[in-house]
Design a protein around this ligand. Sequence first.
Ligand SMILES: C[S@@+](CC[C@H](N)C(=O)[O-])C[C@H]1O[C@@H](n2cnc3c(N)ncnc32)[C@H](O)[C@@H]1O
Length: 396
Amino acid sequence: MLEDYSKVLGFGVEYREEGLARFLAPKLPSSKNYAPTSLPAFYNPKSKSNRDMTILFLKAFFQDRKISVCEPLAGIGIRTIRMFLETGIIENSVVNDISRNAYELMKINFKLNNIESNVEIKNRDANELLTSLRRRFTYVDIDPAGSPATFLENGFRSCFKKDSVLAATSTDLSALTGSKPTSCFRKYGVYSIKTPFSKEIALRILAGFMVKTAARLGLSAEPVLSFIKDHYARVFVKIRYGIERAKKVLKNLGWISYCKVCGNIQTSSIPDPPQLKCVFCNADMLTVGLVWIGELTNRELVSKMLQEALENKQLYGDISKLLQYLVDEDSSMIGYYPVNYLASKLSVNPVKPTHLIEELRKMGYRATHVHMDSSAVKTEAPINIIKDIFKLLSKR
Ligand SMILES: C[S@@+](CC[C@H](N)C(=O)[O-])C[C@H]1O[C@@H](n2cnc3c(N)ncnc32)[C@H](O)[C@@H]1O
């Protein structure tokens, strides 16, 4: 049977399983260092966490509401197949991939999973598809290898104007985290910078770009779930219609300034200019903007996702740790400090993040762990207080 499929497709395939889906994927090379983009059709087992999070998000956000879904860059279809099998709320769907091989494999995979009605499988360029469909969806998932920037505007145009969601993945983390600032500027209109909390800046650049793109179309887009894991960043935004709403959401765009000398982080929101001088040491600050400076993740929503992950460990156990971090993390605070960074700034031994968090809380400051860096602390406390407590703790 496998050989028959391989013959028809013109490349080797193998059976694989993920979640409740059983499907055919291109035969993966035995070496671990292959690029999924080099396969005859794209499939990356390492993105399972991305797909797991998507399933749990849909269940927690839409609950029993029946939804329509569009996945314009679907690879071999696993994500949408899992949505059908694991959420039970998908009414209909359009899946698409520009690669002929991926398209052919996708058709087989939907059949193998007995999902044949209510699915349209297409083989087109994603932007062409989205502009020609003249249809709107409750959920649009933009999941490219690289930057989602070129697909977002058409993605938003394809979302229902009320209470729909668009999710975007970005794997161009070198651009977003400050290693390739010019490339980041070209794609997202923001010069990224290198800081101890570059991963959070990456999420805030992506979220800000999504919010601005939606606002141009008269839509308000509000981040409800944002995270970075392994090789990718992912942001889910809730969409509503209305220029006034869009303007209100845009107030959460602003500048983040970071002092390389003392570590201080300051923010300012539009229409104020970026803060260029450190209020603690008067040094010049690095600034990045305009980025999203509001809350990145709704903790109530991720609590529901965590509950489901814990009740269904066999399927979603792999992401329960990430979800626990997201439940703990207060993303309304900007930036974070890895303990090694503080230790080297102060020339003392590092302390455990948990101890630093406890002490800061005792003093009345909000302080939490960070999903992007388990060695870091996020807090509203000023840098001088953080350093004083850190020094005391490192002496104990
Ligand atoms: C990261 S993969 C998608 C993985 C899939 N969403 C999943 O969860 O398994 C990106 C896919 O986008 C496809 N692609 C790249 N450029 C495209 C375009 N302009 N239009 C449609 N598909 C495109 C590639 O062939 C590839 O299969």
